[in-house]
Write a protein of this length. Structure first.
Length: 306
């Protein structure tokens, strides 16, 4: 396998922070995403490379192994057990040699555990050991949804590392939430298990509601007459309108709770948060002369009564 400079792939330096790695990945992933570059093989290839680089560098432990062992970072644990230090052994052999090269190298250390280790790893015909199995890489992907889509359980397709995957998204998923799709990561080595796919949800909100966990919040204009005399008004919820009663002499800023009219609770069927409505008193404008007279009378009555 050719050596790939993951730092160069993400256009960052080796001293990049986790935040800088994440920012660089998001920028490049959007730029080369297959949905934005249909039938562009180069963009598709670049997108795969970016995902692969992010899989390694976004994981502190994997990054540490990669910095030390390069393309052979997946075998870091075996290297450590064998007492192999790439810095000390650099003058004795090249890590980019073929399996046969390692086999020949091992002949100079006949009988050593170090030689046997490499023979077994690279499948040399001179060793009777079987090849080790290694788990595939985990993949990370981002999926953008609007709040309405997150409100209902639905299926959606996405492209990960050039493959189309159709998943079911449970209602109530939150912004920034990560879910794992087992077995949809990179392929295993020598018959090892596949890695997993981790999807991060980015949820935009263009609605009239503010979401906080499972609860929703909204502001509702209340006309002066209903606020004073009381009455019934129609309130917009996320799944339709409902009618509620307004008590007489309701003040602006009053909050009411509509139980069960909030957001679905993740993976709990038919369970919802609450909707909190805040009343904003709406003062009438462009009053007629008659209305002004009546308000004047009301004002006199109110002042006289005090």
């Amino acid at each position: 396998m050719d050596y790939i400079d993951y730092y160069k792939t993400l256009e960052i330096t080796k001293t990049a922070t986790e935040a800088e790695i994440k920012k660089a990945y998001r920028k490049l992933a959007r730029k080369y995403h297959p949905d934005l570059n249909p039938n562009d093989k180069e963009a598709e290839k670049k997108f795969k490379e970016i995902n692969e680089a992010n899989e390694v560098l976004s994981n502190p432990e994997n990054r540490k192994k990669y910095d030390k062992y390069g393309k052979d970072w997946k075998h870091a644990d075996e290297f450590e057990k064998a007492g192999y230090d790439p810095n000390q052994q650099q003058q004795q052999y090249s890590r980019q040699q073929s399996a046969q090269d390692f086999s020949d190298f091992g002949n100079d250390f006949s009988g050593s555990d170090f030689s046997d280790f490499f023979n077994s790893m690279y499948g040399s015909g001179r060793s009777s050991r079987t090849q080790s199995k290694y788990r595939g890489q985990d993949f990370n992907a981002e999926l953008q949804l609007d709040l309405a889509s997150a409100y209902t359980t639905h299926k959606q397709s996405l492209t990960v590392n050039g493959k189309n995957i159709r998943i079911t998204i449970p209602a109530g998923v939150e912004n920034g939430q990560v879910i794992k799709i087992p077995g949809h990561g990179g392929p295993g080595v020598n018959g090892g298990p596949n890695g997993d796919l981790y999807i991060t949800f980015l949820i935009s909100n263009n609605s009239d509601f503010k979401r906080d966990g499972n609860n929703l919040y909204s502001n509702v204009d209340l006309d002066l007459y209903t606020a004073i005399l009381g009455g019934e008004i129609s309130i917009k919820t996320f799944d339709g309108k409902v009618k509620i009663k307004v008590p007489a002499e309701t003040q602006t800023g009053t909050k009411v709770k509509l139980k069960g009219k909030g957001f679905p609770i993740y993976k709990k069927d038919n369970q919802f948060g609450d909707l909190y409505v805040t009343y904003n008193l709406k003062i009438p404008t462009k009053l007629s002369e008659k209305e002004k007279e009546l308000f004047t009378e009301l004002s006199k009555l109110r002042n006289h009564g005090q």
